[in-house]
Design a protein around this ligand. Sequence first.
Ligand code: SF4
Ligand code: SF4
Length: 120
Amino acid sequence: MSSRDFVHPCMSCGACCAAFRVAFHWSEADDAPGGTVPVDLTQSLRSHERAMRGTDSAQPHCIALRGTVGEACECSIYELRPSPCRAVQASWEHGSADPHCDRARTRYGLPLLTPADWIA
Ligand code: SF4
Ligand code: SF4
């Protein structure tokens, strides 16, 4: 595979956006000074928190996720996404496995990423 053919594995996954509750401090929403996350895509959670709509559920699925998990996905607010989303890293992209990535992919029956997935 040449680097020109490399497609980031997240683009055909999206599992972590449909596996966990995505909760963060209310000040990350854009109705607070400096906040970025569109508040209409969030809901109140505990006193100091908001969550991405769709994720505080037994079968989480973030409202901002476009596409089909395991096929083709993208975050519709990628540049504005909250801190928990920025914290998840695709396993082995930076040299180690990420437990959230692994758990999410397992939940959808997707193979865990390996170092070989990053050889371009
Ligand atoms: S971080 Fe992992 S689970 Fe999340 S979209 Fe990327 S490959 Fe999928
Ligand atoms: S905000 Fe974007 S990156 Fe975060 S869970 Fe939703 S779709 Fe995924």
